[in-house]
Design a protein around this ligand. Sequence first.
Ligand SMILES: O=P(O)(O)OC[C@H]1O[C@H](OP(=O)(O)OP(=O)(O)O)[C@H](O)[C@@H]1O
Ligand SMILES: O=c1cc[nH]c(=O)[nH]1
Ligand SMILES: [Mg+2]
Length: 208
Amino acid sequence: MKIVEIKHPLVKHKIGLLRDMHISTREFRQLAREIGSLLTYEATSDLPTEKITINCWSGPTEIDQIQGKKVTIVPILRAGLGMLDGVLELIPNARISVVGIYRDEETLQPVPYFQKLTADLDQRLAIIVDPMLATGGSMIATIELLKASGCKHIKALVLVAAPEGIEALKKTHPDVDLYTAAIDQGLNDKGYILPGLGDAGDKLFGTK
Ligand SMILES: O=P(O)(O)OC[C@H]1O[C@H](OP(=O)(O)OP(=O)(O)O)[C@H](O)[C@@H]1O
Ligand SMILES: O=c1cc[nH]c(=O)[nH]1
Ligand SMILES: [Mg+2]
């Protein structure tokens, strides 16, 4: 399994700002979106390109364009919506497949409650976005429902990943590539990532 922890100074700086317990909702939203863009830039660096000829002002000119493969972005509700605009800034034509899953607070098991996927998933690269990979349960459930609908090529983009979630993902779906802005220390007894960000959904939506 490919695991990429982005070491770029801009990413490190922005993830550090996100950890401030006094961060405002507005700042949290802006940083989640910006890091979403930077993760997308890295995650798409291996997309194949092909040469085509266009009419440039100076005459026919060969240019590079991204080959064949189309993209669907998959935000996991709610918190994944906080990264969606950042991905769309770089891939504005992408289809969006929405998955609603929350984590039961007691059992930490993922509970699916919504899904609306784009039709031709077997021909698309799916880019799943969710700020937090904690136990990995929500991400794994999302990957399973995408694969059940024919999806064959999946990348997961998260702001913060716990080693426990990475291990679970490695075991179940080694074919999925993971891009993260930080790999943190681990989970506390309530399944929250340490040092982490706290509850990303509540911070993005201003709830609690
Ligand atoms: O790796 P896991 O242990 O499954 O935990 C991570 C999940 O928990 C959070 O969602 P949450 O359940 O808080 O839902 P929300 O986005 O609606 O707040 C987070 O956004 C992930 O989806
Ligand atoms: O640390 C965590 C773990 C799960 N969900 C969050 O929002 N934060
Ligand atoms: Mg939440």
